[in-house]
Design a protein around this ligand. Structure first.
Ligand SMILES: [Zn+2]
Length: 544
């Protein structure tokens, strides 16, 4: 059913493009496409100030997953001001939206994440740990840069499409709560991608790159196990109580014993989010949150089932009840499209890495030194196109819910160099570069590649055909997508609400004011780069 529809859509795109190119059709497009590509690259370069502003603005909002209210308000306005139609509150998620511009086929969709990391607040451009607001969240993953890449690219291509009267639709959306794997499976369920031909996703990295086939990472189910016991005076009548906290603890202990007897490729981790209130009250309620990671759908489901049995055992041992098992997030292991990745990589080679200044390299080496990793500086050689990995080569543990999208539409991920190589990830040090010239240049390079690839898929119907051929006949020949989220599951939109409410008043004072300042570094009074002082102190004044 799906494939027949796709074939029609792709056919439709072909007709539209041929018409727009005039009677000589596709054969005439090569010299013209070359000229269009030059114009689009120029269009991105001409918007480098906008790119920088978006990077700096979102950095300054520093919002956690599902609480990206300022970020989304800003982006929705920016897109509407630029002629996009924006639908908000997608899939029952208040901070999710889908923006569209243009008409007809093909529909090319640009996505990238917007949420950040707990306790990663950091003054940008300063090469040592210096929180902007102590204990607050911050962009220690660099998700403040992707929308700058996608929106800049879209505006450059839109300008060309308007001038040349090209048909086609550009869609833009945010990865809400990616750190919680919280939204994209719900976007799929809500039909966000049902008319989409290609998804071009972007994610911050340390080089310009992309890959196809199965990724090095995992997929996962994130689930909250809640136990219910009975409260009692913990000293006066402990025998009358049943401790839910005991059950949460025993689930963790049980899981850690069981861990030895699961495949080494699996990853799992947990935090106790509710361990009771105070010691003299036997805890009547407790919750423990697990991520179960494995390499494919059946193994992830199996791991979750083992988790369920351990939870039931813990409840039985403690005379408590396993009250609920809530899925808070999920992700399919990604599989990226060969044609999309190869097209993207040709554009990566065309654009090349940014020219780093001495200041960029000095910052990078100083941060690498601070973290105790090799002082290689920034990448000066392009990464190669990574083809499909064999099972035994898949060593990384991370996951991204773009995986769910990749099993529904041909998708590839553009990695762009706005961060520093060798850092731990999900850490304050990963935030240091993210509102500096280093990040701005990386985002402009990324936007050029994204714009060129967007244009390729807008005007080359044969590429759409080839991408769908890979999707249907290679990728999904033996594996079919079934979401991890169950019909009754709902997005966990209440997550991070309290944390954000606690820190937002202090963070608000540091929101980027692009009317008054050119850059966020200027607003903060940070000299670029600022290094740790000779006496070992870390401050905004740095060493002199
Ligand atoms: Zn990420």
């Amino acid at each position: 059913m799906r494939s027949t529809l796709r074939a029609l859509f792709v056919g439709g795109a072909a007709i539209t493009v041929l018409c727009s190119l005039g009677p000589r059709g596709a054969a005439a497009q090569t010299p013209r496409l070359e000229e269009w590509k030059r114009q689009v690259v120029k269009g991105v370069q001409a918007r480098s100030r906008l790119t920088q502003q978006i990077v700096d603005q979102i950095f300054s909002f520093g919002e956690l997953g599902f609480q990206e209210f300022e970020t989304s308000k800003y982006l929705v306005k920016l897109l509407r001001d630029n002629g996009f139609t924006v639908e908000e509150g997608i899939a029952g998620i208040p901070t999710a939206w889908v923006a569209t511009w243009g008409s007809g086929k093909p529909v090319i969709s640009l996505g990238t994440d917007i949420d950040d990391i707990p306790k990663a607040s950091q003054v940008p451009g300063v090469a040592c740990k210096l929180p902007l607001v102590e204990g607050a969240p911050g962009h220690g993953e660099g998700h403040n840069s992707g929308q700058a890449v996608n929106i800049t690219a879209a505006l450059a291509v839109k300008e060309l499409m308007e001038r040349e009267h090209l048909s086609g639709t550009i869609q833009i959306w945010p990865g809400v709560a990616e750190e919680l794997l919280g939204a994209k499976a719900y976007y799929v369920r809500a039909g966000v991608f049902k008319n989409v031909d290609i998804v071009l996703y972007s994610h911050v990295g340390t080089n310009l790159g992309t890959e196809w086939g199965v990724t090095a990472g995992t997929g996962l189910i994130s689930a909250l196990f809640t136990f219910e016991g009975k409260s009692a005076h913990a000293a006066g009548a402990p025998w009358r109580g049943r401790s839910a906290a005991d059950a949460a603890n025993l689930m963790e202990v049980g899981w850690n014993f069981r861990r030895e007897h699961i495949r080494p490729q699996a990853r799992s981790h947990s935090v106790i989010v509710d361990g009771g209130d105070q010691p003299n009250v036997v805890p009547s309620k407790a919750s423990i949150w697990f991520y179960f990671r494995e390499r494919d759908y059946p193994r992830i489901q199996h791991l979750f089932a083992v988790g369920d049995s351990v939870a039931r055992g813990a409840a039985m041992m403690t005379g408590t009840k396993l009250a609920s098992e809530r899925i808070l997030g999920s992700a399919w292991p990604g599989h990226f499209n060969r044609t999309v990745a190869e097209t993207m990589y040709a554009n990566i080679k065309r654009v090349g890495l940014p020219e780093w200044s001495d200041a960029d390299q000095t910052l990078a080496r100083a941060v690498q030194k601070e973290i105790g990793t090799r002082q290689t500086g920034l990448a000066t050689k392009l990464s190669t196109l990574r083809p499909a990995l064999r099972e035994d080569q898949r060593l990384a543990g991370y996951a991204d819910d773009i995986g769910d999208v990749s099993w529904n539409v041909p998708t590839a991920v553009l990695s762009f160099p706005s961060n520093i190589p060798g850092l731990p990830g999900h850490n304050w040090s990963n935030a240091i570069s993210m509102a500096t010239p280093l990040a701005h240049k990386g985002a402009t390079a990324g936007a050029k590649v994204q714009a060129l690839t967007l244009l390729d898929f807008m005007v080359r119907p044969e590429l759409l055909q080839e991408a769908w051929d890979y999707f249907r006949n290679v990728q999904t020949r033996d594996v079919k997508y079934t979401p991890f989220i169950r019909p009754d599951d709902r997005p966990a939109i209440e997550l991070n609400r309290d944390i954000m409410a606690r820190f937002r008043p202090a963070m608000r004072k540091f929101y980027f004011d692009s009317q008054r300042y050119d850059t966020y570094l200027e607003q903060l009074g940070v000299k670029y780069p600022t290094l740790r002082a000779a006496d070992g102190t870390c401050s905004i004044r740095g060493g002199s």
